[in-house]
Design a protein around this ligand. Structure first.
Ligand code: SAH
Length: 216
């Protein structure tokens, strides 16, 4: 095991001990995906600190504990089709790919420059099959809908109508929702009807704003 591998295993131990990593598939994904590949080289030494880190275009890769909480709340299983809103570095998409299979992950990002960044990072991490789309994820991504899960990693003013319509009946949407653009609560919403969800609040969080038609 190299130094990154050791640091990764130590971080996973911490996340298990603190109760953030609870299921075998999410834990295995955190052990499998090299987070150092999803940050710029100057930040490599911080890749396994449990903190958000800056990525290009003024965005951030979320703290590992926050991503662990989200992925556990999403109740993921192999073979589910997942829409990842806010590709950023591609790290969350990589973890999703490790759990549900690369070909089942669609990831949408509004900045074309970040889609390029994520594409390079996924290739460097040897994760294949993830579909990357440049576009406004507040509208979901209709061409490949419906999804079993929609996971959003930018702060939204509300659960967008498009997400509900593009989630399979009984499927889950996990998104940071809040009145302020830098302070939200993680909402877990299960689709129960045409335009209906049953939503519950999980944990407070702070994501960068979701900018778009149904966003800020
Ligand atoms: N999941 C990412 C981090 C997300 S940061 C990772 O693992 O690195 C939030 C991202 O959401 C930013 O890259 C931002 O550009 C993007 N974003 C904001 N509004 C968006 C929108 N309407 N559609 C798609 N992406 C959006």
């Amino acid at each position: 095991m190299n130094d990154f591998g050791r640091a990764r295993a130590d971080l996973v131990d911490d996340l298990v001990r603190d109760g953030h990593l609870r299921s075998a598939p999410v834990r295995a994904a955190f052990l499998a995906v090299p987070r150092e590949r999803f940050v710029t080289e100057d930040l490599h030494r911080k890749a396994y600190v449990d903190t958000p880190l800056p990525i290009p275009m003024g965005q951030t890769i979320s703290a590992p504990s926050m991503i662990a909480i989200m992925l556990e709340e999403a109740e993921l299983a192999e073979g589910q089709k997942v829409l990842d809103v806010g590709t950023g570095s591609g790290y969350n998409a990589a973890l999703l790919a490790a759990i549900v299979g690369g070909a089942n992950v669609v990831s949408i990002e509004r900045h074309a420059g970040l889609v390029d960044f994520a594409r390079q990072n996924l290739a460097a991490a040897e994760i294949a099959g993830v579909r990357l789309v440049v576009g406004d994820g507040t509208l979901g991504y209709e061409p490949l809908a419906p999804y079993d899960r929609i996971v959003v990693t930018a702060g939204a003013p509300r659960i967008a109508k498009s997400w509900v319509r593009q989630t399979r009946m009984g499927g889950l949407i996990v998104a940071p929702v809040g009145r302020s653009t830098f302070s939200q609560v993680l909402v877990v919403a299960r689709r129960t009807g045409e335009d209906r969800v049953e939503a519950r609040e999980s944990t407070p969080c702070a994501f960068v704003p979701l900018v778009g038609r149904e966003g800020w």
